[in-house]
Design a binder for this molecule. Structure first.
Ligand code: GLC
Length: 733
């Protein structure tokens, strides 16, 4: 009998009619609809396996379902490039040798391009690097609002205006996710400072929440379809943002219908029941050494691990709760780790370098050029002094979780030597800032006096000085974990700049920073460039701008106030910033940034949306296609723009809206449209911009809806928030 059976099996095998698996594993079939796959996978999972999906298994990974061949999720920082590999169980670098990356410019620089196309190129490139490094979730971009220039992490975000941040964040996310890598928009929400970030409890009006702090997150969810969002450390109206009923359940998963995963910031979870019932999906970073001897930090002890499992088993929390979370995690896994159609990415290639350099070139802002020192014609100078530590210091290391290990990083000095020749360029450090320390201020090992003397000496005998200073990634500078302690430039730079101005009239000031700063030397300065943190190609971009190879076209994504007390967040005492150690009240309310400066009639040092060019532009009068509009109309605006100079260039035209006789407090004006227009020398064009009437609404707290009064609105075209060219009145019925 056996012989006959085995003969039959052999015949069967040869015939190729293998025994089909009894039960079709639908969840593995990529042609099945997503929700069918999710349901099928969920139906096969045990309670323990579902709970495992909801928390970390290591520093930067969370569980899959090994038994079912469902892979784990690998996450990596950050917004400016794919961070080096981190140890399984600690914050230490893992010491790999194949994990260098392209360092892209900081997101303030991307925002300063005012060019959504650059955002898409940026997102696609960084997404390719994350894909190549086999990451499923890239922990960026950040879109917290710039309400105080002391916030240590503003360099990672997209400025003070919700409309600009919304327009610039959407293409970035789409570019990342085209690679089968999830973007993770962060830090949701109201993490607008680093001081007491772990617990500060933010109080603010619904109008400020909906008109200023939510829009960029809403655009990320409802327009870009972001697959994950990171809960922030702070509290919102009494509840931690990682377990907050209002922000996670009512707004994110309710009003915005978010179908992705909420991931905690590392250590952002605090309570099992709150995290379970208020919409937390994947708990990360609660214990920093999961395998430590004391079980306290073990991954199984996370809030959404064993304690959660117990509550599910006892019925204190219904199993439907974990089914809902596990479904979201499975959807994320099918979109990323199990996405068989995703491309294979690329790492550190020429294309990525070019994207980085182009973003930097388009983001650099020319703030002053009164004696036309720029662009620099190298042949006119025998000796060019480059002075300042930021001309040589790496600005991709440090800064906290956005730190990078770039394949290369062209410093401003290298870029300038490359451009103008080593024979002309002489360097003096001028000031020293000490090592990039995460949580302490290490003083510089260099002697400040000798550095300053040498720099002044060099400047006094050079034809031209290029000063490269600003902030850096040290703690209490542009760095996570702490805020700045002063609005001034650090390390004695103000004194140094004043000394240099006494010995040389030809000084080009180039500032690298992610925040505004006081400029006591400005009246004596003829030339000032805000060059942000440019990443791997920083030096080439700066050299291309200073030499005129590229015409600057960046505009400020946030206001540069003259002094700290000019800012709304610093006009109501410590309760408005940094808070009283437990609570903080955003008393400037909706008047953030230029909204504050305009309404309080405070002249900024340099206004939001400001930036010069090596050419000039002439705007025509703005006109609208109709005189009256109904609430669901779109207003078509147009005006001519002419490049009246002798060089090709690009101008960011802006449209601001005002409602002079509003029934509620409204900012004097608000950005409602912009476009970066490229024009050849002498060329002119008709710029067309549209504004949806519904985007002129304000958030009505009583009805909890967006509301627009039948009223007159004024729409103005402008080259910055203070340089209004012309206006047109329209009526909303
Ligand atoms: C950090 C940061 C967050 C980062 C995460 C992982 O604390 O707040 O932006 O992505 O932890 O490093």
């Amino acid at each position: 009998m056996n012989k006959l059976k085995s003969l039959f099996m052999i015949l069967l095998a040869i015939s190729g009619l293998q025994a089909q698996p009894t039960v079709k594993q639908v969840y593995l079939d990529k042609n099945q609809p997503m929700e069918v796959r999710v349901k099928d996978a969920l139906s096969r999972m045990t309670l323990e396996e579902k709970v495992a999906l909801c928390h970390a298994q290591s520093k930067f990974s969370s569980h899959g379902v090994p038994r079912l061949g469902i892979p784990e999720l690998w996450m990596s920082d950050g917004p400016h490039g794919v961070r080096m590999e981190i140890m399984w169980d600690s914050w230490d670098h893992a010491g790999w040798t194949n994990d260098s990356c392209t360092a892209f410019p900081a997101l303030t620089c991307l925002a300063a391009t005012w060019n959504p196309e650059m955002s898409h190129l940026y997102g696609k490139a960084i997404g390719e690097e994350a894909r190549y490094r086999r990451k499923d979730v890239l922990l960026g971009p950040g879109v917290n609002i710039y309400r105080t220039p002391l916030n240590g992490r503003n360099f990672e975000y997209m400025g003070e205006d919700p409309y600009l941040a919304s327009r610039m964040v959407v293409p970035y996310i789409k570019g990342v996710q085209e690679n089968g890598v999830a973007a993770c928009v962060k830090h949701y929400v109201l993490n607008n400072q680093e001081k007491w970030r772990g617990h500060i409890d933010v109080e603010l009006s619904d109008r400020a929440l909906y008109e200023i702090y939510l829009p960029a997150f809403e655009a990320a969810v409802t327009e870009a379809g972001v697959w994950t969002i990171m809960g922030s450390y702070n509290k919102v109206r009494g509840q931690h943002a990682c377990e907050n009923n209002l922000t996670l359940m009512k707004i994110l998963k309710g009003e915005w219908n978010f179908d992705g995963c909420v991931i905690t910031d590392w250590g952002g979870a605090h309570n099992t029941k709150d995290a379970a019932l208020n919409g937390q999906d994947i708990e990360m970073g609660t214990g920093t050494n999961g395998f430590s001897a004391n079980k306290k930090n073990a991954y199984d002890n996370y809030f959404l691990a064993d304690p959660y499992l117990q509550m599910l088993r006892s019925g204190e929390i219904p199993v439907s709760n974990v089914d809902e979370k596990a479904s979201r995690v499975l959807r994320l896994i099918f979109r990323t780790a199990m996405n068989q159609d995703k491309p294979f990415g690329a790492l550190c290639n020429q294309e990525h370098s070019e994207v980085g350099r182009a973003v930097s070139e388009q983001g650099i802002v020319l703030l002053k050029n009164s004696t036309k020192l720029l662009p620099i014609d190298g042949s006119r100078y025998k000796t060019i002094a480059v002075i300042g530590e930021n001309a040589t210091r790496s600005l991709t290391e440090g800064g906290g979780s956005s730190e990078l290990k770039p394949k290369y990083e062209i410093s401003p000095l290298q870029g300038l030597i490359e451009k103008f020749g080593a024979d002309k360029i002489k360097y003096a450090m001028g000031y020293g800032s000490g090592a990039p320390a995460y949580d302490q201020v290490k003083s510089s090992p260099y002697n400040a006096d000798s550095l300053r003397k040498a720099a002044i000496e060099l400047a006094s005998k050079s034809d031209l000085v290029i000063y490269v200073g600003g902030l850096n990634k040290n703690t209490h500078q542009d760095c996570e974990g702490n805020d700045r302690l002063s609005y001034d430039l650090p390390f004695g730079q103000n004194e140094l700049i004043s000394e240099l101005q006494k010995v040389n009239k030809n000084i080009v000031l180039v500032m690298l920073s992610g925040n505004a700063y006081a400029m006591p030397w400005l009246s004596q300065a003829t030339t000032l460039v805000q060059a942000w943190y440019g990443g791997s190609e920083a030096g080439n971009a700066i050299a291309n701008i200073l030499s005129g190879n590229v015409n600057p076209s960046g505009k400020l994504p946030f206001t540069f106030g003259e002094k700290l007390s000019d800012y709304g967040a610093h006009s109501f005492g410590t309760i408005a910033y940094p808070g009283d150690e437990t609570k903080e009240e955003y008393r400037e309310d909706i008047l953030v940034g230029y909204r504050w400066f305009d309404t309080k009639k405070i002249n900024p040092q340099f206004p939001f949306g400001y930036g010069l060019s090596y050419t000039t532009f002439e705007y025509g009068k703005i006109s609208a296609d109709k005189k009256e509009y109904s609430a669901d109309d779109t207003i078509q605006l147009s005006f001519t723009l002419k490049n009246t100079g002798s060089r090709d260039g690009a101008e960011v035209v802006q449209v601001y809206a005002s409602e002079p006789n509003a029934s509620v407090v409204r900012p004097t004006k608000e950005l409602k449209a912009f476009k970066k227009v490229f024009l050849k020398a002498g060329e002119s064009t008709i710029v067309g911009l549209s504004v949806k009437v519904k985007d002129l609404a304000y958030f009505d707290e009583n009805s909890h809806t967006w509301h627009i009064d039948p009223s007159t609105f004024v729409l103005s075209n402008a080259s910055s928030s203070t340089d209004i060219v012309s206006s047109v009145k329209i009526k909303v019925k």
